[in-house]
Design a protein around this ligand. Structure first.
Ligand SMILES: [Cu+2]
Length: 300
């Protein structure tokens, strides 16, 4: 009997790391470049928690009202006289993509349920993908939704693959967070880029800082939200996609006094950009290249 041909292509990742210490936190930003064409942006948070003082040394001292409801601490008692306050972290990525050239379009590929007609089939429903090319900025303001799912493609409408699909890359979100603050709250006006997880704007050299150039003194009149509300045309243009990675943080005792790293990420993934799985161009490894691992024979 012939031995079946077995070969593999190891997945190799180039990691470019940058660490920024901002206030009390360290933000570990990894850009991972994979041989299958995926680029992953990963954010890790560590550092010192922001805390406030309290007279309480134990949870059993927290005051209760007549109905037995505990006083709101807006955080967690982490140690005697120390409360870790509830907060969020947001990191916005400015993705000035040029997929096969500068003129690109942003496409929402919305997954929909297709009901079958009565008597048509024993099946009741199928899934279909409805592609909507986003024409203007307001249409590109996107809130993620588990029950109304979409893929988010950046395509070059002027370039196609051999079988006719537009070349593209997609933004693939993972665990993220959206702000719960009132939109008219001063910090939220400045951080209005967190009102949506994805925005798409036409490239403009002066529009680079999502929360404005001078965030701390600002009234929120120089932010991504203000630019995007101009509702400019973004079809078949040099566009910028803004993706915001967010973390809600309810501190717990393990986060104190220094926090174990918490991570999340998103991907930029080829979608009909290559004609086939690009990793097949890499030289294969065969079975005889690989270390042989087997059960150890007797120890005699
Ligand atoms: Cu935090």
């Amino acid at each position: 009997m012939e031995t079946p041909l077995r070969e593999v292509r190891p997945k190799v990742t180039l990691v470019v790391r940058m660490v920024a210490s901002v206030g009390n936190y360290d933000y570990i930003i990894d850009y991972e470049f994979q041989t299958d064409g995926v680029m992953r942006a990963k954010v890790g948070l560590s550092g010192m928690l922001m805390v406030k003082g309290t007279t309480y040394e134990n949870k059993n001292q927290v005051k209760k009202d007549k109905e037995g409801n505990e006083e709101e601490l807006y955080g967690t008692i982490l140690s005697e006289n120390v409360i870790g306050v509830i907060h969020d972290h947001y990191v916005t990525f400015y993705l000035d993509l040029d997929v096969d050239g500068p003129d690109n379009s942003f496409v929402k590929v919305n997954l929909k349920r297709q009901e079958t007609a009565p008597g048509e089939s024993p099946r009741k429903s199928y899934m279909k993908a409805v592609r909507n090319i986003v024409k203007t900025e307001k249409d590109g303001q996107i809130k993620l939704s588990l029950y109304d799912p979409s893929e988010y493609h950046v395509i070059n409408p002027g370039k196609t693959t051999r079988v006719g699909n537009p070349t593209g890359y997609k933004v693939v979100p993972r665990a993220t967070a959206a702000s719960l603050l009132d939109h008219d709250d001063p910090p939220q006006k400045r951080g209005a880029f967190t009102n949506n997880q994805i925005w798409v704007t036409p490239y403009n050299k002066s529009e680079q800082w999502a929360s404005g150039l001078f965030t701390y003194q600002s009234h929120g009149d120089d932010t991504l939200a203000v630019w995007s509300d101009r509702d400019r045309d973004i079809e078949n243009k040099d566009i910028v996609v803004w993706y915001t990675l967010g973390f809600h943080h309810i501190p717990c005792q393990e986060d104190f006094p220094i926090m174990p790293t918490v991570s999340s990420s998103f991907d930029l993934k080829p979608v009909n950009f290559f004609e086939r799985n690009p990793i097949l161009k890499a030289a294969p490894n065969f079975e005889y290249d690989l270390p042989v691992c087997g059960a150890k024979s007797d120890s005699a």
